[in-house]
Write a protein that binds this ligand. Sequence first.
Ligand code: F0G
Length: 474
Amino acid sequence: MPAFMEPFRIKAVEPIPFPSLRERRHALHEAGYNLFRVPARVITIDLLTDSGTSAMSAAQWAALMVGDESYAGARSYERFEAVVHELTGYPEVIPAHQGRSAERILLGQVLRPGDLSVANTHFDTTRASVEAAGAEAVDLPDAHDGPVPFGGDLSVPALRELLSGPDGSRVRCVVQTVTNNARGGQPVSLGNVAAVRELCDRHGVTLLLDASRFAENAYLITERDPVHAGRAPRDVAREVFALADGCWASLKKDGVANIGGLIALRDAELARRCREQLIAVEGFSTYGGLAGRDLDALAQGLQEVTDPDYLRYRAQTARWFGERLTEAGLPVLQPTGCHAVYVDAAVLLPHVPPHRLPATALANELYLAGAVRVSELGTLVFGRAAPGGGDDLPAPRELVRFALPRRVYTKSHLEYVAETAATVVAKAAEVPGYRIVEQTGQLRHFTAVLAPGEPAAPPARPAPDPTSPRPGPD
Ligand code: F0G
């Protein structure tokens, strides 16, 4: 038996482009050095996100054909509703076209101006929705120091202190993002959700899950918590859902489809208000901005995603890929989770200070080296303008995320990425920083225009020796 292999075979293929070095340089320049602005036609391996980039199964493609496009009460909705209800146990199921519309609608109904929403980490779009409701998003500090099995946990002492302090009465909801995407894709333990539930009960606060990666979180619980070893991930997921008052999710992740989102709740009155808002901005409450066929593909995907063989392959892929990137000389965050491998760009590029965007610098270099696209989760995404002007307040970490689309890339594709990474590591000391030329207030990373900074100073430390690099396509 190999260490692991893909638990599927390939039925339809899509060619991938191999742009030359000249084309890559030109594309990056034209894009204002922002990978979100680089067209996919000049990308060889696209690890920008695991969101909406999944390959659907034969059964999902078949499900598209039975999609019912009735405006109201479609059979597709009934199938979707039944699957979500069985999975979450929540009686109220509301489809939405993706995660950010679901969170905008739900948080808009839960929060009032001046309220606090407290989370292990709000994803960037979640934070934007909290702020749109006139409330404040509070991310609690890490619950644990160093590499631990459940690095996504919400800090219970910090929550307790906040709830019993002067701002305690402002806390309207607590959000557990499972897995914790902004902090290395680390899982949240069942014990942590239970402890948070208890505190929420004591203080009359609503507990919501951002369940976008609920299945991967459940699998990692079975892998890392001996108490839950050998359990079916679906049962563990149900137990997590049972502890909360409701959830929203981007189904572009663990729905294993290309579009979709949901809100699922216990509270019928809150659900009624969400539906009213949904109808105004998304569509009728039985399709929520989706086509009937999307709901059928999602219903099928939500059943496939908790398959233990598939989830084991996800975790094994991330672990194996993390090992290859470590061998290539990248500082990989450990332990790896499922949906991505995270690298600390500040460690690789100590000569690039936070306001010169080290994570962006590494991401851009990977593109130039081999048309590999990854995403920055550093100061460009999470930095904040300094109150008195001047350099931005840096993000807590300068992470680069190598996201793993579901069922899309094989081991040999990822080997190519590791080889590309080794060529970047070999000349890490020459990688330039960037400055922001144009930016918007919110979610600036999607549209910002950047320019490379001055050439970097001579190497501060010897670069690790790359293992037989294969140059990117020239
Ligand atoms: N919550 C989490 C934890 C997410 O990771 C995302 C999206 C959203 C909500 C918003 O969902 O994209 O369907 O509107 N994350 C993507 C990513 C964009 O690349 O991590 P959406």
